[in-house]
Write a protein that binds this ligand. Sequence first.
Ligand code: GDP
Ligand code: MG
Length: 166
Amino acid sequence: MILSTRRCARVLQLTLAVIKPDAVAHPLILEALHQKILENNFVIVRKKDLIWRRSDSERFYAEHEGRFFYQRLVEFMASGPMRAYVLAREDAITRWRELMGPTKVYRARYTSPSTIRAQYGLTDTRNTTHGSDSEESAQREIAFFFPEFSIDQWLEKEEPCLRVGH
Ligand code: GDP
Ligand code: MG
C-alpha cells in the first residue's frame, strides 16, 4: 500500500520494536532505550507495557520452533513485563535493527560495540530488544502486539505520509 508521497515531505515507515524482559527489569536501561528511540528521530505511534503468556510467546516465535534455543526463548519472553512500540521513521525497520545490532550478544560486542545488544544484552537469548525484519513481518507483528491498532485508520486520520508495504 502506498499513499501519495508527492504531497509529503517525508516518507515514513512503521516498525515494531520491543524491549524484552531482561531490559525492562532495569529501569535505567529501559529509560536509556526509550531515550535512544527519541534521539534517533522515531515517532512513537503507540506504546504498551505487557506480559505474555507462554502461549503468546510460542505463537509469536513459531518460525523458530524446533531450534535449539526455542524453549529458552519462549520461556524468557513470558518471564516478565515487556514494552512494545509502534515506531515510525524513514527506513524505520532497517534503522531500528541497525541500532539493535547483531542477534548474538557476543558477536555484537565484538563487531558493533556501540549497539544496544552489545551494550545491554546479557546472553544470546536475553538480548534486550526485538525489531521487525521486513515490512511483511512489521505488519504481522504490529497486529500481534496491537490488535486494536488499525494501520489504515492511522494512515487516513493521523499520518498521510506513511509507507507500510510496496
Ligand atoms: P532477531 O530477529 O535478531 O531477534 O533474531 P531471530 O529472529 O533469529 O531470533 C529471535 C530471538 O531468538 C533472538 O532475538 C534471540 O532472543 C533468540 N535467538 C536467536 N538465535 C539464537 C541463538 O543462536 N542462541 C540463543 N540462545 N538464542 C537465540
Ligand atoms: Mg527475527
